[in-house]
Design a protein around this ligand. Structure first.
Ligand code: GUN
Length: 284
């Protein structure tokens, strides 16, 4: 029997747990506020930003949304982020990506204070992750670890194959699986004999960015398959990097698209925002 991993339900469960925790932290006088910065008005980004504001309202943390014009210069955005770094009423800063092409995203990511880096994209956050220090975790990979754990799937000692090596998903995913004592292989577009490698996986994580790329012949019988992709097919239906209909019958567990990994990203962003409150507690 194939287990369908329900990201919507697990995301709701995490948000409800966070909501309870926030109520308790509020009683102790701890509050959090997330600043979300959007440059320009890309419609997809506007949907994401709105969902983030809604999630903040649901779990009971503050949010401030800033919509800056498309023509904002890099220097202006740097100053704006520096101001948010200094603002003591702001605990988390998220600059929605992608940014307009005249702005260097890396420069903006590096400008965000690592103490407020709730996306976990700053090189300091990335370094902390790799050396096993406490810090903000990149939201999508952290969400995948939660999907696995809360579905009763053990990672320790398993052959884990990550297909994709982006800074946002593939690389932090590999670090997190390693932290959970998985045996990790990272495959990518230049990998030779990709099928041979993916067929070794007990846990296969696919973030390759190609519509329905992974078919049954890439998957070992009984593997767990996690699909990070999100595309529109020729009929305008959402689909992932995995050919779900073909692959699912051969797996022990699989995430659907939509309703798998997608909803977890916001839940883990909220967890990072609550983390800024938990660490306030540790201060004298
Ligand atoms: N754009 C798409 N996903 C993300 C994300 O997780 N964080 C930010 N900052 N921008 C995004």
């Amino acid at each position: 029997m194939t287990q369908l991993i329900d990201g919507k339900q697990i995301s709701k469960q995490i948000k409800d747990e966070l909501r309870d925790e926030v109520q308790q932290l509020n009683v102790q006088g701890k509050n959090a506020c997330l600043a979300v910065v959007q440059v320009g008005n890309d419609p997809a980004s506007s949907v994401y930003v709105n969902n983030k504001k809604k999630a903040c309202a649901y779990i009971g943390i503050g949010s401030k949304a800033y919509e800056l014009p498309e023509k904002t210069t890099e220097a202006e955005l740097v100053s704006f982020v520096e101001e948010l770094n200094r603002d003591e009423t702001v605990n988390g800063i998220l600059v929605q990506l992608p940014l307009p092409s005249h702005i260097d995203e890396d420069k903006i990511i590096r400008t965000i204070s690592p103490d407020k880096d709730v996306d976990g994209f700053h090189p300091v956050s990335v370094g902390r992750l790799w050396i096993g220090e406490k810090g903000f975790l990149s939201c999508t990979p952290a969400g995948i670890i939660q999907l696995l754990k809360r579905s009763g799937i053990e990672i320790e000692g398993k052959e884990c194959v990550v297909v994709g090596r982006s800074n946002i998903v593939g690389k932090p995913m590999a670090a997190l699986l390693l932290r959970e004592n998985g045996t990790v292989t990272v495959a990518h577009s230049r990998t030779k004999n990709l099928k041979e490698i993916t067929k070794r996986a007990d846990i296969l994580i696919v973030a390759i960015g190609k519509k329905r790329f992974i078919t049954a012949d890439y998957v070992k019988e009984g593997a767990v398959v996690i699909d990070v992709g999100m595309h529109r097919d020729e009929n305008n239906h959402l689909c992932g990097d995995v050919d779900f209909e073909d692959v699912a019958p051969h797996t022990s567990a699989i995430t659907p698209v939509p309703g798998g990994v997608g909803p977890m990203t916001i839940a883990m962003l909220m967890n990072n925002c609550v983390e800024t409150m938990r660490t306030q507690e540790e201060r004298p």
